[in-house]
Design a binder for this molecule. Structure first.
Ligand SMILES: O=C([O-])CC(=O)C(=O)O
Length: 312
């Protein structure tokens, strides 16, 4: 929940629309709360930094969570399409609390070393097959929530394109994979480097999954609203300074290959999230290394939008 001073600041920032990348104006599904509504609701964001159309008010039979919404497939998506075409009241941004577009998925699958330059900056070979790890669902927070530092840790930033699964599947062929995708969102794969490289037998899990280490959002932008998910500018700013700047066309394994690879091992369910890896420019490989403390991190992807998380 945002305190009101920070909410005012964020509102001003977002409404000034100083972001270099224009968000898609098409279907931007969100989960949100508002003071006059009981519990989380589903909505349509009217452009990043714009207000929200309450989908549950438009059709009270719609589910109130994204996972249930996605489980119903085309039936619920066509309601959202009708809502988008209608002239509906918009709740102002400042009156809405945005949650992550997906909360409590069955799994968050993550990919390591998936940008050639990120491999180069740490002198490791480009992987021949995807390197997979995960975060627990409890690490997910909203697009403007705070990231809480564990004591005495070396915490780094990592902007990533996240894929949200829309349809259950196992042994999915790469050629069929896009039929299993609901859409895309922005992720911050917050990473405690000391835990990744020195603690827990060097297993990545704990360093990647502290509570609050997976900000997502602001919206699930449906796949038909994104021109080409593998040609989007992607960038991370720390206190306004660009620290990562790349394009998703630099990914080693694209969405289709990742879904085909991972679904050999596990069943994908609607709502599952795949973090597709980070481009170069992380703090740990700077000279000297830089870690987060009290900073504001902005992760932005063209057409998808920007998430802004203060590290406390
Ligand atoms: O650098 C890491 O910690 C591995 C990783 O998550 C990535 O490459 O995206």
């Amino acid at each position: 929940m945002l305190v009101s001073g920070r909410r005012r600041l964020l509102t001003a920032l977002l409404q000034a629309q100083k972001w270099p990348f224009q968000p898609s104006r098409d279907m931007r599904l969100v989960q949100f709360r508002a003071p006059h509504l009981v519990g989380p609701h589903l909505g349509l964001e009217t452009g990043n930094g714009g207000g929200v159309i309450n989908l549950n008010a438009f059709d009270p039979t719609l589910p109130k969570t994204m996972t249930q919404f996605l489980e119903q497939g085309e039936a619920t998506l066509s309601v959202a399409r009708r809502a988008l075409a209608a002239q509906l009241p918009v709740l102002p941004w400042s009156e809405v609390t945005f949650l992550a577009p997906v909360t409590w998925p069955d799994k968050v699958v993550c990919v390591g070393m998936n940008y050639v330059d990120h491999c180069k900056e740490q002198n490791v070979p480009v992987p021949k097959e995807p390197i997979i790890f995960s975060k627990f669902a409890s690490s997910i927070v909203g697009p403007y929530d705070e990231v809480v530092l564990p004591p005495q840790s070396q915490v780094d930033w990592e902007v990533e394109l996240a894929v949200v699964i829309g349809k259950k599947g196992k042994h999915i062929k790469a050629t069929d994979a896009m039929a299993h995708v609901a859409g895309f969102t922005v992720a911050h794969d917050v990473s405690a480097r000391d835990w990744l490289t020195r603690r827990n037998g060097k297993q990545w899990l704990l360093g990647k999954t502290f509570d609050t280490f997976c900000p997502l959002g602001p919206a699930l932008v449906t796949k038909d609203s994104v021109a080409d998910p593998h040609n989007l500018k992607i960038c991370c700013r720390v206190n306004g300074e660009v620290v990562q700047s790349s394009n998703t066309n630099q990914m080693v394994f694209k969405t289709e290959d990742l879904i085909a690879w991972v679904s050999q091992f596990v069943t994908f369910y609607p709502g599952d999230v795949i973090l597709t890896g980070t481009p170069p420019g992380v703090g740990v490989f700077r000279k000297p290394p830089v870690f987060l403390k009290g900073d504001e991190v902005q992760c932005e992807i063209e057409e998808l939008g920007v998430i802004i998380n203060k590290v406390v």
